[in-house]
Write a protein that binds this ligand. Structure first.
Ligand SMILES: Cc1ncc(COP(=O)(O)O)c(C=O)c1O
Length: 382
């Protein structure tokens, strides 16, 4: 007699977010949908918030709403369940909160998406993963693949700080350096995938990094007692966190975990590379769009694959997109370190500078609650 395997996950199908066409959940997919969109995972939304495993102090407390079926396949280094700080000195008129993702394994929020994706790769029997990266995702992939016993190839811009290169080598990954930004790394990754048959872990070309990142949204809700902030300011590159959080909010609404208005979502980018600001303000990204490097290397993504999904989040949430300069980020890091005792990555500082600009413009009102993100560890940028 066959015994039914008890699935941990309530995932049912993969889907094109534009036309709703379903894709099989069983095979590990790594491609764009019929409408050239990222694949999204759908669940049987029958999970009650009272059933969250509150003794699990990682993102895996939401395991039924993550895609891994067999708990033995979870590859975890303790990612998620990160603190939310109140930045009391930053404003007395507003409640300014900061979710500190720098305390994740490998020092950035990339650990969330990569934990989910590597776990699914393990579940599918994948033996070799390739990733084009601005830096942090490469370190995370190297670490999680080391833990899973999977070969990792990391392709990153040659100008990425030495610490980020070194950590990949320490974790035993193959590291390839490219002159250019992450889009140039993506081209080489595609070529290597064809040559080696390895699995492509590119942002949103693989569906499950999004699922790991969506736990940001679940955590914010749970940590704030199911009362979401009025505004969330997100340092945006490929957009996985932005799209992921919004997915979490919609899922929680569907399950009746939250009600009321969702936060206004803010995209912050560096002036050196701001395709989303151009798309938001002008309706399209110019064909001759020029992108430069940034000390916030996670934001230097000239051609984000999820641009349509990000734009939808901005429109549906009554959000806004804005840029900050390299000098402003540098200054922001100094201010927050000296006033709040927190070292921010340049990307984290971008959200702080964005907050100040939006308060000045009266886009954020007194009494409103605003959540910022520190997505990476300052120490890794040396
Ligand atoms: C520290 C940091 N912040 C923000 C981002 C942008 O994240 P997303 O791809 O979710 O937009 C990255 C991506 O590399 C990053 O490393």
């Amino acid at each position: 007699m066959e015994t039914a395997v008890k699935h941990l996950s309530l995932a049912t199908t993969l889907e094109c977010p534009k036309c709703g066409k379903p894709y099989a959940i069983e095979a590990l997919q790594s491609y764009a949908t019929c409408c050239n969109q990222p694949l999204v995972t759908r669940y049987n939304y029958t999970f009650h918030k009272s059933d969250i495993n509150t003794h699990e102090y990682s993102m895996w407390r939401y395991a039924p709403l993550l895609p891994v079926f067999d708990a033995n396949n979870i590859v975890s280094l303790g990612e998620g369940w990160t603190p939310i700080h109140h930045l009391a000195k930053t404003s007395v008129e507003h409640t300014v909160l900061l979710k500190d993702e720098s305390v994740n394994p490998t020092g950035s929020f990339k650990a969330r998406g990569i934990s989910a994706a590597v776990s699914k790769a393990k579940e599918a029997g994948i033996t070799h993963c390739i990733i084009p990266t601005a830096g942090n995702a490469g370190g995370a992939l190297s670490a999680y693949c080391a833990k899973a016993g999977i070969k990792a190839t990391v392709i990153m811009p040659a100008h990425t700080p030495a610490t980020l290169q070194q950590e990949c080598r320490m974790y035993g990954a193959e590291l390839m350096l490219v002159n250019g930004l992450i889009n140039a790394c993506g081209n080489l990754a595609r070529q290597r995938v064809q040559e080696t048959g390895a699995f492509d872990m590119s942002t949103l070309k693989e569906p499950y990094r999004l699922e790991g990142k969506k736990t940001l949204g679940y955590e914010i809700a749970e940590q704030l007692n199911w009362q979401l902030p009025d505004v969330i300011i997100y340092p945006t590159g490929g957009g996985t966190g932005l799209v992921g959080m919004w997915k979490a909010f919609e899922e929680m609404q569907q399950m009746g975990w939250i009600s009321g208005k969702l936060p206004r979502m803010v995209v912050v980018q560096t002036q050196n590379c701001a395709p989303m600001i151009q798309l938001f303000e002008q309706g399209k990204i110019a064909p001759d769009f020029e992108a430069g490097a940034s000390m916030a290397y996670g934001l230097a993504v000239p051609e984000p694959f999820a641009k349509d999904l990000m734009l939808e989040v901005l429109h549906h949430s009554d959000g806004i997109a804005l840029t900050v300069t390299e000098e402003e980020m540098e200054q922001g890091m100094k201010e927050v370190a000296a006033t709040e005792g927190l070292l921010l990555s340049p990307e984290g500082s971008a959200t702080y500078v964005g907050l100040k600009k939006l308060i000045e413009k009266d886009w954020i009102q007194p009494e409103e609650t605003v959540l910022l993100f520190n997505t990476g560890a300052w120490y890794k940028y040396r």
